[in-house]
Design a protein around this ligand. Sequence first.
Ligand code: ZN
Length: 244
Amino acid sequence: MTNQRATGADGTEGTDPGPARGGAGEPAGEGARESAWAELVATARRTVADGLVVGTSGNVSVRVGDTVLVTPSGVPYDRLTPADATGVDLDGRQVLGTLVPTSELPMHLAVYRADPGARAVVHTHAVHATAVSLLVPELPPVHYMTAALGGPVRVAPYAAYGTDELARGMLDALAGRTGCLLRNHGTLTYGTSLDQAYDRTAQLEWMCRLWLTAASVPGHSPSLLTPAQLAEAAERLRGYGRRS
Ligand SMILES: [Zn+2]
């Protein structure tokens, strides 16, 4: 995990004084939650449209104050409405909605508890990334976008979906990173916004596809970036968003 802070970077926390439905200690207003839910549903639909998941596999969450909005279990994303907003507190107690939260809740909550700067988590079963998780303990650094995820992306050990054991292995794999692979399962990335978390998943899937493509050419092995080249890329990426 990184220690970067994102104090209000996505503008969704603590800005709306409206009534909270989440109970005592809930600082985020209803308006902030409604817009975050709409953005969450749009992101979940994007994972299907872009081929990163099939059907209702995978899940998305976004943190608004002390509430974590999550995709519910087993409901196709194109059927989700504003009335289906589903939320839990950081201990996993349901504070919003009646649908059952995703079974992968332990992974989502583990990210938010470990990094206070985390505002969104995206979990998919993207095919190239999942394929890589079957082959190596770490995605080789084939491209400078490796630096955007904090360095070479690790593979968390296999554990049954929805378990605390899987969440623990994921946290270990995330040390110093904003994304990891889950062996025989899929991907998990997080960020300071849904867009950033989603983009990291898309970049991760693309890099896995790149490595698989290059590594499949007989008689050749892909050239990899050195730690110094990755460090240089990380430095350039840090300045990227600040240039006008
Ligand atoms: Zn999954």
